[in-house]
Design a protein around this ligand. Structure first.
Ligand code: TYC
Length: 104
C-alpha cells in the first residue's frame, strides 16, 4: 500500500483497516426435546418472550415439528438474559428445555 503524505511532507502508513463490527442483533432459537411439556413451553414463550397465547402455541408447535424455531431477535445482552431465564426456569421445573443464540 502506498504511503500517504501528511502536512509538511511527513510520510506515514495508512490507518489500520476498520475492524469489522459484530452483528448488532441475535436470534434466540428454541430447541425441541422429548420431555418438556407443551404447556410449559407455551408458558415460557408467554412469560419470558411476551408472546400472546395464540402466537406462543404456534411457535411451540413449529419447534415441536421442525426441531427448532426462532423466538425473537434482540441485542446480545437481552438475548443472553432471555436464554438464561429459559434455562433457569426449565431447571427449576426439571425440564431439559434449551435455547441457543445465533447472530441474526
Ligand atoms: N416435544 C415436546 C413434547 O412433545 C414439546 C416441546 C415443544 C418441547 C417445543 C420443547 O422447544 C420445545 N412434549
Amino acid at each position: 500500500m502506498p504511503l500517504r503524505t501528511g502536512t509538511g511532507g511527513t510520510k506515514y502508513a495508512p490507518r489500520k483497516k476498520e475492524k469489522l463490527k459484530e452483528p448488532e442483533e441475535y436470534r434466540v432459537v428454541l430447541l425441541n426435546d422429548d420431555y418438556t411439556t407443551m404447556d410449559f413451553v407455551v408458558e415460557v414463550l408467554v412469560s419470558i418472550f411476551h408472546k400472546n397465547q395464540e402466537e406462543a402455541e404456534r411457535i411451540m408447535l413449529d419447534v415441536h415439528q421442525k426441531g427448532r424455531g426462532i423466538v425473537g431477535q434482540y441485542t446480545w445482552d437481552i438475548a443472553q438474559t432471555k436464554a438464561n431465564q429459559v434455562h433457569d426456569l426449565a431447571r427449576q421445573y426439571e425440564f431439559p428445555l434449551r435455547c441457543v443464540i445465533e447472530p441474526a
